[in-house]
Design a protein around this ligand. Structure first.
Ligand code: DC
Length: 222
């Protein structure tokens, strides 16, 4: 039953606009939404709350398997860890960078695989991340690879964080973004790469609405 539900995957580097685009596409289609990055980010928060060393790989893998995580749509999007709303704490760059380090651990990815596949339910799922089309949902009906130039991605990220009242520096964001790209693309386990058959979209010169239109059109057109 679950396996029959259609999936749209959007993979790409950080700051490419995948989250905003995926949420809008899911809303337009009336489908479920999986923010897989939020799962890795929540793990970073979980370890911090429990005072666990991120270098202790067996403990991290164990924590990943036990995490009590829930996504709530109300109609905004909240991430609940053990019943507590952690939506704001997972948005920081520090949390994203730590998530990227944890995500390089093969045991962690394995522990989170079924959790992610559990989001696949009728009428369909829009999933955003790094390995949605390559590893988690290789049989997805529609695959997209969304990217933009590092400068544009960093500028968008700065704007987004400033709107949330966070104090950020563009140069630092670019440096960290490139470091994160390096780590996500070069790790052994499920590295970020364009899935076979994925549609490539460079959003550097596009508005979010144009990207949403492009993705929804491709999905509805079939
Ligand atoms: O998409 P994001 O910035 O919220 O993701 C945070 C980190 O989590 C990202 O740098 C790498 C990791 N991640 C991953 O390895 N696989 C995914 N499917 C999603 C995120």
């Amino acid at each position: 039953m679950n396996a029959a539900a259609p999936v749209v995957t959007l993979d790409g580097p950080s700051g490419a606009g995948k989250g905003t685009v995926s949420r809008a596409v899911a809303q337009k289609l009336g489908w479920h939404y999986l923010d897989s990055g939020a799962i890795y980010r929540a793990l970073a928060v979980d370890l911090m709350h429990r005072g666990l060393e991120s270098r202790n790989e067996p403990a991290v893998v164990d924590a990943a398997g036990r995490m009590d995580l829930e996504f709530v749509f109300n109609p905004g999007f909240s991430v609940m860890l053990s019943g507590k709303d952690i939506s704001s704490s997972i948005q920081s760059e520090a949390c994203g960078n730590q998530a990227s380090r944890l995500a390089a651990m093969p045991g962690v990815r394995k522990a989170l695989l079924e959790k992610q596949r559990g989001f696949r339910k009728p009428p369909g799922l829009v999933a955003d991340g790094r390995d949605m089309g390559t590893v988690v949902f290789p049989d997805a009906r529609f695959k997209f690879f969304l990217t933009a130039s590092p400068q544009i991605r960093a500028e968008r990220r700065v704007k987004q964080l400033k709107e949330k009242g966070m104090n950020v520096n563009l140069d630092k964001i670019i440096t960290e973004l490139l470091e994160r790209d390096q780590r996500d693309e070069n790790r052994e386990a499920a590295p970020l790469r364009q899935a076979d058959g994925a549609i490539f979209i460079d959003s550097s010169e596009m508005t979010i609405d144009q990207v949403v239109e492009r993705v929804t059109h491709a999905v509805r057109g079939h």
